[in-house]
Design a protein around this ligand. Sequence first.
Ligand code: 26V
Length: 814
Amino acid sequence: MTINEEEWLRDIEKRVSVDFFKTLSEASLEELHYVFSREALGLLKNNWTNTMHHWNKQKAKMAYYFSAEFLMGRWLSNALINMGVYEEAGEAAQKLGINMNALEEAEADAGLGNGGLGRLAACFLDSLATGDYPSMGYGIRYRYGMFEQKIVNGYQVEKPDNWLEHGDVASIHRPDEAVEVKFWGRVAIEKGKDNHNYFHLYDYESVIAVPYDLPVPGYNTKTVVTLRLWEAVSPDGFDLDLFQAGEYSRAVAKEIQAENISRVLYPNDNTVGGKQLRLRQQYFFVSAGMTDLIRRFKKQWGKDFSKLPDAVAIQLNDTHPVVAIPELMRILVDEEHLNWDSAWQICIRTFAYTNHTLLAEALEKWPINIFAPLLPRIYQIIEEINRRFLHYLHQIFPGDWQRHKEMEIISDGVIKMAWLAIVGSHSINGVAELHTNLLKTQELRLWYELFPDKFNNKTNGVTQRRWLLKANPALSEFITKRIGDAWIKDLNEISKLEAYAEDPTAQREFLAIKAKDKQILAEYIARHNNIKINTSSIFDVQIKRLHEYKRQLLNALHIIYLYQRLKADPNYSIVPRTFIFGAKAASGYHQAKLIIRLINAIADVVNNDPVVSNKIKVVFMENYRVSLAEKIFPAADVSEQISTAGYEASGTGNMKFMMNGAITLGTLDGANVEILELVGHENAFIFGLTAEEVNQHKMSYNPQQLLAHDAELSAVVEALHDPIFATENIHMFEPIYQSLLFGVDGNPPDKYMVLKDFRPYLSANKKLEQAYLDEKKWAKMALINIARSGKFSSDRTIKQYADEIWHIKPNPQK
Ligand code: 26V
């Protein structure tokens, strides 16, 4: 694709004038960014409409990715890169006196997700489009995405994320394709003309789902995949009668109720609240998506629903969209009048479910008293699914009451969404080898025994186009110069780089690029944090959601340890290091928020102490998000992946670090295991308990005993009471202290075995320091990591989903 510069410039000027009544020189950066984006949309318009027409005409089997979260980040530069016009667009901008970088920075992130699960969905769309797979995404157009994080006096403060403030840069509003979604009401049975009983919903409340389509262009292909996000709108606006009677607030109450559904993303990652609004969100987008998809199916296949599994594959991203299963049953049985058994077979063959977590507190369970009144017919259907499933279980395991009890979909007053997902799908996958094995042998053992053939693994991946090509242009050029640019579409090609791992020129050049990337980040940190960091120090990075299992606390305690050593002996030898953190804590997760406060307390002490601050620095980067991540990964030397083994399903940041030549300092958890398999112990720093050992220690572990035999570690933990860190009062970090030594909220002491893994972590850190001192050795390690990262492209992951679960084929336009 190319752009006609003259035309492009003329259009931009015209758009600024028509949309904003301004001249180019009067327009703000945000306005210019907006018109650039709309211009870019114009560029892909034909490919976009042709993509859908082409697949429709071919009756191509489509994969639909249903996800409550899509963490897309910024759109413009990624779209321009994938269309192959990034440089030309930049030159055009230059002619207008605008810097492309500044333009990019004017775009707000589409932060419609929490963390790994949402970003995975976004990487998948990029890979689906690039691989020409007939596919689409369905989700929610949250008015406010992941909150904006401010750090005030060391504490996290949440601000609403007003991402649409300067307009919706890239999506197309399609009110003509709106659909109705029904809540509440009562179910009545009626005899049809055929003398069968049919279910009808009466006295329901409607909400209108209005789609906004965001195009995701593939890299160097005509395929453009659609992400369709639904906005909730009230069917009848405000009540004019009440309004005229002067009852203003009541007049708009219903409208507000309806529109609240898509108002805000729940900022919880890995814990469930059981909030009715969250259930409304789930059913809202699922019902809208199913209606839309069935409408499209019927246009091609008429009413032959036996063809549905040959025409459609639906992937459920965790349990959040699992109400899609009873919703499809409702459509097939109540609306299309199929009999139960045929409808059920169609369902199972259509749906597939991905599990993303081993944490018990993240398994969604809906209390019946919330669920049943809101979705009465859906509840009835789940009851029927449960009844039939139990009947089946009785046949397979007669008399095994304990097993039946544990596998009931509805029990103890709740609906277990994961169980519903497993029963209603033909495929259940984990997101890394270890994770899938733990599902099979622990969390979902009974289910694996019942349905062994449904279980499979799909190790996560990330798109190299955003996380390497776009985020790290210098390293990308370095790679392309040596092995050509085929890696952009086929990351296996990157293995050719290994030939240069011991090449002195390549090593030197790599180190120079890393140094430059570190310089760029250091300048950003100087501007935003007002901290001056040493660019030849080790950049040691932990960026991810804040959760106790991810053990940012272990990292923090290590820094306290180094501080104490340096204070006790200013000649203590240490390789200069900059510890960089980025993390948001769920707003109600107090322990996580306190860990942020602790990291900031440590930063204050360390950075302002003349004895230590030339050796170590601590930086907490505010408002971690996709666009900030793109700035950090290229500058990292060390990738902290230190979760308690058995808790991190996969991790995907670990893969982004690897592609950018950072070395993993990690536990044998999630996809770290697979990284280690590829690079070997000589090219990673692995420490700590294995998942199996964590399990074995659960009963007997006693952190107090451990401290009694380790004076240094004990001093580190006691520092939580030290007024040097605990500046407000010495009890401010008491909950952290308590959780380590005594356990809080019914948890065992040091549930995540931070103290148990402390010494091994220390040794791994020492080894790492030594390795860093040998520049050539370090460069070689980094190059080997990059060269062996081919497996972790989401292109590979998507190909496996397509081949092994969805049975769809690449289908490009001619
Ligand atoms: C749960 C809930 C519960 C209700 C409120 C909103 C909400 C949002 C997210 C979640 C579950 C999050 C699970 C998750 O993000 N898992 C992560 O998935 C990544 C992609 O597979 C994986 O790399 C991470 O290891 C895993 O923690």
